[in-house]
Write a protein that binds this ligand. Structure first.
Ligand code: E4P
Length: 226
């Protein structure tokens, strides 16, 4: 499993990148609003993220028609070679994905909540599909079950010919709320987890690691004074 950071915050991205395990970044309009981003600075901001991270950086189109999404997608893809165009799973989004994929522009199909949506995204040429976990949990349904269904269904077929540049399609476990979501997503074989910085920090932690470290440090003190 690879790890993406789900944020538009440059400080978080720089810090996470320095830990050595970051493979990419996903942003969305809400995450950009959260850091006080302005529309006029959006493309520069994406460029700054791409300068920090070598891997895929998802930048979302908020357009609602295929022509506008394609226009956005081409503009976003021109920012840096590692930009991935994030497009919501809807009819116009599927049509735009087909056009962009045929041009070799990678698409991350987002707001995916069902197997049929994921299968359509794959057939339309999406390079990444992002089933959301946490938003199911928010309405008292099981997001992990939904993710597992998508992983199984996509794995039943070879979608390579329809994805960008013949690359294998990858499933991004999105809307991740906890380290346990990451564990379960990895066990079911999701290719990537995109996680908020708060979750990434929790992923590093374990109480037995803390306790073990405390003991090692205390025992090392004894050795110093022996
Ligand atoms: C995916 O790429 C989205 O940005 C994200 O995971 C949405 O998560 P949320 O439900 O926490 O907003």
């Amino acid at each position: 499993m690879k790890f993406f950071l789900d944020t538009a915050d440059l400080n978080e991205i720089e810090e996470a990148a320095s830990w050595g395990a970051l493979a990419g970044v996903t942003t969305n309009p809400s995450l950009y609003a959260k850091i006080g981003g302005k529309v006029s600075d959006f493309q520069n901001h994406i460029k700054r993220i791409c300068d920090i991270v070598d891997g895929p950086v998802s930048a979302e189109s908020v357009a609602m028609t295929r022509d506008e999404i394609v226009r956005d997608g081409r503009e976003l893809a021109a920012i840096a070679p590692n930009v991935v165009v994030k497009i919501p799973t809807m009819v116009e989004g599927l049509a735009a994905t087909r056009i962009l994929a045929d041009e070799g522009i990678p698409v991350n199909m987002t707001l995916c909540f069902s197997v049929p949506q994921a299968l359509l995204a794959a057939r339309a040429g999406a390079r990444y599909i992002s089933p959301f976990i946490g938003r199911f949990d928010d309405i008292s349904e099981d997001g992990l079950d939904q993710l597992e269904n998508v992983v199984t269904a996509i794995g039943n077929y070879d979608f390579t010919p329809s994805t960008v540049n013949g690359e294998q399609i990858e499933i991004i476990a999105a809307s991740v709320r906890s380290a346990n979501h990451v564990t379960q997503a990895a066990l079911m074989g999701a290719d990537i987890a995109t996680v908020p910085f708060s979750v990434l920090k929790k992923m590093v932690q374990h109480p037995l690691t803390d306790r073990g470290l405390e003991t090692f440090l205390k025992d090392w003190e004894k050795v110093q004074n022996a």
